[in-house]
Design a protein around this ligand. Structure first.
Ligand SMILES: *[C@@H]1O[C@H](CO)[C@@H](O)[C@H](O)[C@H]1NC(C)=O
Ligand SMILES: *[C@@H]1O[C@H](CO)[C@@H](O)[C@H](O)[C@H]1NC(C)=O
Ligand SMILES: *[C@@H]1O[C@H](CO)[C@@H](O)[C@H](O)[C@H]1NC(C)=O
Ligand SMILES: *[C@@H]1O[C@H](CO)[C@@H](O)[C@H](O)[C@H]1NC(C)=O
Ligand SMILES: *[C@@H]1O[C@H](CO)[C@@H](O)[C@H](O)[C@H]1NC(C)=O
Length: 347
């Protein structure tokens, strides 16, 4: 539902996440490339030593603010027949995108923990629209899409569980408002936020109602947004690789948690591997690479697909396999991601 300001993180909370993922597809930049020089053990050991993260080392400077560009791309689904869809007919969706953003993620507040061979930091994430890697003549400031009116649906769903006299208040709000099930918004607003008129009106009316009803109705942050610019990713600890190079930059914990509490199974709640920007040396094509993606609030895995060359250097290419996105019937592991446990969506 409303954005959780206190957490400052991007593990999007509440009904919003479900609804937003329904209307907006995130293209996960799911390709990892890893170099595989075949070499002498002695040389490999020397290289491993150099890769360990230490204060003020050359690799730590690169790690702190990686020079390799990262892009986050959005595809948005435009409902082309909202009138029919409202009457229960099948909605037709036209895909628009990609709307591409160059991501900057400098690490801040870096603290070295020698006892656990780990380092703690927080990443500030900012996003700048990049026309070059976006669809031709796409402009998030002028392009509009018709999509499900998330605040309306959320409020209507939430109201079902409320006592009748509180529901009457919400019904009055809907009556006075004539909100529609579908709403037309600028791409910029859907991605980066807009003040929702229904939520604003709700907050206004809420102020004037008797206290005994008001207690059932929390104040709602009226800003609806998928992403937050210049927000923090959450305090993160990763291994430096000092004790075990195979753990290089693997998550130790995120926001103080060694596993999530959002999903319904132990498997789904795992915080695995690295953030995907880097992997331990010595990767072979038989390996499965694990990543935890804070923006999706889940772990994923990558498997080897091909051998390629990057600037003339031999490399292995890894991708998230199609199997990872299959439904729970075809991939029972995904059962745990079916619906977040709403009572636990606290952070
Ligand atoms: C950095 O550390 C300071 C002092 O502990 C804290 O007040 C601040 O919130 C931290 N910033 C981030 C982005 O974590
Ligand atoms: C995010 O903030 C930066 C700096 O404040 C700004 O340059 C950039 O355009 C913003 N991005 C979006 C998508 O609003
Ligand atoms: C997390 O990693 C373990 C291996 O350490 C693996 O068995 C499990 O499938 C992974 N979980 C997810 C959600 O990818
Ligand atoms: C799972 O996906 C398969 C293939 O797309 C489909 O045939 C099946 O009906 C789906 N099962 C459920 C429960 O949605
Ligand atoms: C959801 O979380 C609450 C609180 O942790 C727990 O009591 C409840 O059993 C959980 N429900 C499911 C379906 O996991």
């Amino acid at each position: 539902m409303a954005r959780d300001e206190s957490s400052g993180g991007s593990c999007i909370v509440g009904g919003k996440k479900i609804a937003v993922l329904f209307t907006i597809g995130i293209l996960l930049v799911a390709t990892g490339i890893t170099l595989y020089p075949v070499m002498d053990r002695v040389i490999q050991n020397k290289i491993n030593e150099k890769l360990v993260l230490k204060p003020n080392s050359e690799v730590s400077k690169q790690w702190k603010d990686p020079p390799v560009p990262i892009y986050l791309q959005f595809f948005i689904f435009d409902v082309v027949n909202p009138m029919e869809a409202k009457e229960g007919k099948r909605p037709f969706l036209a895909q628009k995108g990609p709307y591409s953003y160059r991501e900057h993620r400098p690490k801040q507040n870096i603290t070295w923990n020698s006892n656990t061979a780990s380092v703690t930091y927080n990443e500030q994430m900012s996003f700048v629209f990049d026309a070059e890697t976006s669809c031709d003549s796409c402009d998030p400031f002028t392009d509009t899409v018709t999509t499900v009116n998330i605040p309306l649906v959320t409020l209507a769903e939430a109201a079902k569980k409320l006592p009748a006299f509180v529901r009457a208040f919400i019904a009055a709000l809907f009556d006075g408002f004539k909100e529609k099930l579908f709403t037309k918004r600028r791409v910029q607003d859907l991605l980066w936020g807009y003040p929702d008129p229904l939520f604003m009106e709700y907050n206004n009316l809420r102020k004037d109602i008797p206290l005994f009803i008001r207690n059932f109705l929390p104040e709602i942050n009226p800003i609806i947004a998928l992403q937050q610019n210049n927000s923090y990713d959450g305090v993160t600890s990763v291994f430096t690789g000092e004790k075990d190079i195979s753990l290089l930059v693997e998550y130790l914990d995120w926001k103080g948690m060694m596993e999530l509490k959002v999903w319904n199974t132990r498997y789904a709640n795992m915080i695995n591997g690295t953030d995907g920007s880097q992997f331990a040396p010595g990767t072979s094509s038989d390996d499965t690479l694990y990543v935890f993606v804070t923006q999706l609030c889940r772990s994923l895995y990558l498997t080897h697909v091909s051998k390629i060359q990057v600037y003339g250097i031999d490399a292995l290419q890894f991708c998230v396999p199609a199997e990872a996105f299959k439904n729970a019937t075809l991939n029972p592991d995904n059962q745990g991601f079916a619906l977040p446990n709403v009572t636990r969506l606290e952070y």
